[in-house]
Design a protein around this ligand. Structure first.
Ligand code: ATP
Ligand code: MG
Length: 559
């Protein structure tokens, strides 16, 4: 394609407001353009990359007998009422009404639609297993759309759904999809790894996320250097190995702790190490107040709380609620009270006795509080995030941390949707059974961005060969010179027989063309310049920067 015909609005300046490298490079390279917050147009180069990524996905899906369909993005509320998600999904669901006042959502995902699609058609175990997939725009009114395509409000997803008569069949499909995802991410040029993830309160039983390693990633991966253990930090289990620091029990003492609002401030004030202080937090679990106690140097993990209480309906109590309940503001809370509020404590609280806790009176704490004497603990459990260096649950050594971008997820849903939406089949005994389901997503537009995040240098993008918009960038230094223009025209006709060529025929200065070429990042650059009359051109690799003069007779071979 001649560059003068392609729409590539590159920018000379750094784009304002781009927080991620990929966001900035995609804007600067003229690959995407923001329409409004979290919503983008994909310009010609990005569209080509998307097509390439999608082609790889389609190949790998077909390879495991997944078949492509296309479901509606507009979804009637009735389906979501059936699954119970019309209320549960919350403000992320983009809702709208038709002219008759009937409610719809713009699909953020398609479990409801696909379940209603198959329940009417699948009758017998003989029709199973079945895996359907689609590639389509999804809509989520994200609280904080950011980093360009990494977290959009409209984004492209490949979503697949599998249907089974028994667990063995679901396990097989899950494993096949898992393996296909590994191949897909490696083929598109991403360094991504599968990590064990949390399946949510009422979700299925088993799930992995695929994480592209990147500093900008919003997820923390906990991994082992000795084994293949890798888990999302939300899920990474903390092993409790007691290390008790128990002194002689002392009497409960109230102390004034003016202006002390955090564990660190408390530690400083009392001249104690942070890990010998505690934090008390009040949560509302399905409307009921509970208190959770953890050590000062630990952080509460709400995902673990949700899985412990088997509900998604957990939130921090508001300050007003807390004041009403305990008569003090956060910062002075503790478990010593005469109220019907259950106290849950992190396992590591057990290492301490004579602990310091808030007195439930603003500006006061209690020293030497002890479980059993001063307060009761309903249960001890793993309620916090693991720390770097702590032992891993598989016994393979210490926890290492890395940041990752979630580019895909595979999920055993089980009967979650088939039961609520009444999707049954007859098993081999002729009995009605709820279908077993799996669901599997890839963020296609996020993957594009993650590829850029991992493949760039200070001058621009470095596209992996497998997804690059064009293979070769052909540039004339001075198209006004006949020998250069003629040779370039001839090479263009010749090379495009075997490769995708972007031919920079624009009447721009050579410096501008080179800058744009680096920015756009095609794997091979061919420069037709002063040696054109001898049939010699310069060939440069974008990744290594190595360049060589090559005679046109050898050129196609050389490429
Ligand atoms: P996240 O935790 O990042 O919000 P998610 O777990 O809610 O993502 P899924 O429901 O698992 O997302 O969707 C499947 C895939 O779609 C994700 O693995 C991710 O790659 C992609 N995705 C999800 N939300 C977005 C978004 N707002 N913008 C771009 N891609 C997204
Ligand atoms: Mg996910």
């Amino acid at each position: 394609m001649k560059q003068s015909k392609v729409f590539i609005p590159t920018m000379k300046e750094e784009p304002a407001g781009a927080e991620a490298r990929s966001h900035s490079l995609l804007l600067k390279g003229g690959l995407i353009k923001q329409s409004t917050s979290g919503i983008y147009s994909y310009l010609p180069l990005a569209t080509k990359v998307l097509n390439n990524i999608e082609a790889i996905i389609r190949e790998e899906m077909e390879n495991i007998d997944a078949v492509e369909i296309l479901m509606p993005a507009l979804q009637q509320s009735e389906l979501w009422e059936e699954s119970g998600r019309w209320n549960a999904y919350g403000p992320e669901l983009m809702r709208l009404k038709d002219r008759n006042g009937r409610e719809f959502a713009l699909g953020p995902t398609h479990e409801e639609v696909v379940t209603s699609l198959v329940r009417d058609e699948l009758k017998s175990y003989k029709q199973l297993p079945l895996t359907l997939f689609q590639i389509q725009s999804k809509y989520r009114d994200e609280k904080r759309p950011r980093f360009g395509l990494l977290r959009g409000r409209e984004f492209i997803m490949k979503d697949a759904y599998s249907f089974h008569a028994d667990e063995t069949s679901l396990d097989e499909a899950y494993q096949q999809m898992y393996d296909a995802y590994k191949r897909i991410f490696s083929r598109v040029g991403l360094n991504a790894r599968p990590v064990v993830a949390d399946s949510g309160a009422i979700g299925g039983s088993h799930t992995h996320e695929f994480m592209a390693l990147s500093e900008i990633g919003e997820d923390t991966i906990v991994y082992s250097q000795q084994s293949d253990y890798a888990a999302n930090i939300e899920k990474a289990e903390v092993v409790y190995s007691p290390n008790e620091k128990h002194d002689e029990i002392q009497s409960l003492t109230k102390v004034a702790t003016p202006d002390v609002k955090t564990a660190q401030a408390l530690a400083d004030f009392l001249e104690k190490p942070l890990d010998e202080t505690t934090k008390s937090m009040v949560f509302k679990v399905e409307g009921e107040f509970i208190m959770v106690l953890i050590r000062g140097h630990h952080e509460i993990n709400d995902v673990k709380l949700k899985s412990y209480f088997e509900t998604d309906n957990i939130e921090f109590a508001t300050e007003d609620e807390i004041v009403n309940l305990l008569g003090a503001k956060p910062g002075s809370l503790g478990p010593v009270f005469d109220k019907d509020i259950k106290v849950y404590a992190d396992n590591y609280i057990q290492d301490l006795n004579n602990i310091v806790v808030g007195a439930n009176e603003d500006g006061y704490h209690l020293l030497n509080a002890n479980v059993g004497r001063d307060f009761e603990v309903e249960a001890f459990g793993d309620f916090r995030f693991i720390l770097e260096g702590e032992p891993l649950a598989d016994g393979s050594g210490e926890a290492h941390f890395a940041e990752g971008i979630e580019v895909g997820q595979v999920f055993k849903l089980g009967k979650k949707y088939s039961e609520s939406m009444n999707a049954t089949i007859l098993d081999n005994q002729g009995r009605a059974q709820s279908l077993l389901m799996g669901c599997y997503g890839i963020g296609v537009s996020r993957t594009l961005s993650a590829i850029v995040e991992q493949n760039s240098d200070e001058n621009g993008i470095i596209w992996p060969k497998s997804v690059t918009p064009y293979d070769v960038h052909l540039i004339t230094i001075n198209p006004k010179k006949d020998d250069q223009r003629e040779l370039a025209d001839q090479l263009y006709a010749q090379i495009k027989e075997s490769y995708q060529v972007l031919y920079d025929d624009r009447k721009e200065r050579a410096g501008v063309k080179f800058n744009d070429a680096d920015l756009i990042g095609l794997p091979i650059r061919i420069v037709v310049g002063k040696n054109a009359s001898e049939g010699i051109v310069e060939v440069k690799r974008r990744d290594t920067g190595d360049s060589e003069d090559v005679h046109v007779d050898q050129l196609v071979n050389y490429i």
